[in-house]
Design a protein around this ligand. Sequence first.
Ligand code: IDP
Length: 160
Amino acid sequence: FPVRSSSDGSTEEKTLAIIKPDGLLGNYTERIKNVIMDSGFSILRETITQLDEERASTFYAEHSSKSFFSSLIKYMTSGPVLVIVLQKKNAVADWRTVIGPTDAVKAKVTHPNSIRAMCGLDLEKNCVHGSDSLQSAQREISFFFGEISSGELVGMHDEL
Ligand code: IDP
């Protein structure tokens, strides 16, 4: 995978963001993109897609044994999602910070400026996704976009 990385975040990284069905339905896309830009991320790619049960289950395979899995798949297939490749230094960890904790109810208390506090509803319907590691980011970006070359120009994505 062509992204250079380092543990101190001194080189560019890519991570995968998803605006989940509730985020799109609630018209949060523009506000979320403003946060993306204000936080110094570049948008490298983006696409709107409707996940079916099989693709959603593959994407979240690590959670297949969890009690909430079927509900999560139902949620993630309930409408279109906006999938975005973000790039900046330390992108993986920084995007996780910007979106806030998994539980949007808790996020509203502990991280009121986070995206999940802004548009999430609860522990499941938390409106955005962020890759949890560089390895996950690479797998998830490939899942939606295939390989992206390191020389690809930032900003050369399709306008919606
Ligand atoms: P993350 O998205 O913050 O990394 P994960 O633990 O990887 O959180 O869970 C993936 C997604 O599954 C969450 O974003 C949320 O939508 C959903 N989820 C996680 N834990 C629960 C739960 O306990 N009940 C219901 N849904 C959950």
